[in-house]
Write a protein that binds this ligand. Structure first.
Ligand code: DGY
Length: 319
């Protein structure tokens, strides 16, 4: 962190939960109101919103128009994450509020995406259960699949997608991507749309930036059928970008080979039908959850707030 400056008179509203060490650091520098933890956060903001100058949220708990209306003196909102789809960007821009993110998590997210793909190919969770349950003493685990040398597709070649691609180069894969922007600076093959991508590759990585929840899902039955019974679908973006009931059906009927999922439609609730499947690897939205990255993200939140309230401007703002 850049400085030890503290601002005991500056009141901040937490609109999303933070790691304990981030909370501690915030509390040592600012006056903190944990409104997200109240039974009715908006009622809490109706009481105290008038004196709030800063807010702190995260990728899944952004700054909405309602928050903004209840905090007339709000100057800055620091998100501990990079997801913007839960924040109302037009409302934020209208009021001239600074919104900052923590662009320090791309390596971890890409690491997890590749881990999920390897886990699906080599059936690592299944193999682990096989050893623990002593099934190994009586039978052999069905054969896994090779990741090296496969054709892989990345939907969304942004800062996460590019890191996934770089890692997959080491696995001697052929790399395809679909993105509105065709990049001239990468050696990967551009295709025009998600459907073409799915019918071209063995493993499909969803790395696109999220639409807000409630928008029509961008990935549904046609994509799963194009990937086919040997296809593998990986999602480290957002659960609501995917038609989850169709994904479950495709996996149950083996029209889709396997899926590695870190995100779900209604986290932390994961449908029992999905949890019951053997051809899925499931993780609880942990793509950036390493000690190192969580500390770096927390430092980024604090540094932005300290810099802003010291009059030096925000450091990693998106508005
Ligand atoms: C993000 O930063 O958006 C992560 O998904 C955590 O919410």
């Amino acid at each position: 962190m850049t400085s030890a400056a503290s601002f005991p008179d500056v009141e901040l509203a937490l609109i999303g939960g933070q790691q304990p060490f981030v909370l501690e650091e915030l509390q040592s520098r600012f006056k903190i109101h944990s409104v997200y933890a109240e039974a009715n956060p908006f009622a809490a903001l109706e009481r105290i919103g008038g004196s709030i100058r800063g807010a702190v949220g995260h990728g899944m708990a952004g700054l909405t128009r309602r928050h903004i209306e209840l905090m007339p003196k709000l100057e800055i909102c620091a998100l501990n994450g990079v997801g913007l789809e839960t924040s109302d960007l037009p409302a934020i821009r209208e009021r001239g509020i600074k919104l900052t993110t923590t662009p320090v998590l791309f390596d971890d997210v890409a690491d997890l995406a590749v881990s999920l793909a390897l886990s699906c190919c080599r059936q690592i969770p299944l193999a682990d259960r096989f050893v623990r349950s002593q099934q190994w003493e009586n039978e052999r685990l069905p054969l896994g699949r090779k990741l090296t040398g496969t054709r892989v597709g990345i939907l969304g070649l942004g800062r996460i997608g590019i890191e996934v691609a770089r890692r997959l180069e080491a696995f001697k894969t052929q790399i395809f991507y679909a993105d509105p922007i065709k990049r001239e600076d990468v050696p990967y093959t551009h295709v025009t749309d998600a459907g073409t991508l799915a019918s071209t590759v063995d493993i499909f990585f969803l790395c696109a930036a999220g639409n807000p929840k409630g928008a029509p899902p961008m990935i549904g039955r046609t994509i799963f059928d194009a990937l086919g019974p040997r296809g593998i679908f990986i999602n480290i973006a957002r659960g609501w970008l995917v038609d989850e009931p169709e994904l479950i059906k495709a996996l149950q009927e083996k029209r889709l080979g396997a899926a590695g999922l870190d995100v779900f439609y209604d986290e932390p609730m994961v449908p029992p039908a999905l949890r019951a499947l053997d051809n899925v690897v499931l993780t609880p939205h942990i793509a950036s959850s390493t000690e190192e990255t969580m500390r770096a993200m927390g430092a980024c939140v604090i540094d932005n707030l300290v810099s802003w309230f010291s009059g030096r401007g925000a450091l990693t703002s998106v508005t």
